[in-house]
Design a protein around this ligand. Structure first.
Ligand SMILES: C[S@@+](CC[C@H](N)C(=O)[O-])C[C@H]1O[C@@H](n2cnc3c(N)ncnc32)[C@H](O)[C@@H]1O
Length: 243
């Protein structure tokens, strides 16, 4: 098991368990018309990667913004998070069932989910291996694991900004994701990069500019984007050569 626990993890969990953080979580990231647009774009990226229907683990659920969107599209969503106030925010959205747990010590049976959606989480941890090694067994055969990773971030460069998130953010590039996936018996089935700036900043831009930036993305190389969304699935056995 590659799980790395540290006092930073405890600090991060405590940060997201604070009522004042939960109260402003969505407003600060997805508030206003531009923030809402970014949230909806993110939901569309996830839906585009998932086969329709099935049992989904939204981990960590946070306030349930993703879980609610998936439930509305007919998925059977289970919300899990280490933060009780975050789960209470899920309850206010009508999301059930909910489970309070540590993502690195999941309490579900092997093969419980058709898909796991794990957003805004992997970049809080230095190693992807730990996360993949605990989540992969929870997937049914042909299940999907969706996660987003940072390719770069001003928040990881400027020490004082790190404390926005109660600790550092980690960069996991495409090569690192592909090799960690392979070690976990998974492979990258689809990926989609997007956003020129931190999503925290998009929320403050006029909507017209946010749309314009999105159109410009079509002409930009992958390395320019802050984030990449990955859909991982079981690695297919290497085909045997024909006899
Ligand atoms: C940035 S939020 C992301 C929430 C949601 N996925 C989203 O995209 O809005 C990070 C969440 O991870 C939760 N969290 C942090 N460490 C955790 C852990 N070890 N196990 C489970 N949840 C954890 C926090 O409580 C918080 O709700």
């Amino acid at each position: 098991m590659f799980t790395m626990r540290s006092s930073t993890d405890d600090r991060k969990r405590a940060h997201y368990a604070a009522l004042r953080v939960v109260a402003v979580y969505e407003h600060r990231r997805y508030g206003g018309r531009s923030g809402r647009y970014v949230h909806e774009r993110e939901v569309a990226i996830i839906l585009n990667m998932l086969p329709a229907g099935g049992r989904i683990l939204d981990l960590p659920s946070g306030t349930g913004r993703i879980g609610e969107a998936l439930k509305r599209r007919g998925f059977d969503v289970l919300s899990a998070d280490s933060s009780r106030p975050m789960l209470e925010a899920c309850a206010q959205r009508g999301l059930a069932p909910r489970v309070q747990m540590d993502a690195f010590r999941p309490c579900f049976r092997v093969g419980s989910f058709h898909a796991i959606v794990c957003l805004r989480f992997a970049y809080h941890y230095p190693s992807i291996d730990g996360l993949l090694s605990v989540l992969r067994p929870l997937l049914r055969p042909n299940g999907h694991l969706i996660l987003d990773c940072l390719n770069w971030s001003v928040f990881s460069w400027v020490p004082i900004l790190k404390w926005q998130f109660a600790g550092p953010l980690y960069i996991h590039d495409a090569e690192r994701i592909a090799s960690a996936a392979s070690r976990a018996g998974l492979e990258v089935l689809k990926h989609r990069s997007g956003f020129f700036l931190s999503q925290l900043l998009y929320r403050y831009l006029p909507l017209a500019l946010v749309r314009r930036l999105e159109r410009l993305e079509r002409h930009a190389p992958d390395t320019w984007f802050v984030k990449t969304y990955y859909c991982l699935g079981e690695r297919l056995a290497t085909a045997l050569p024909a006899a």
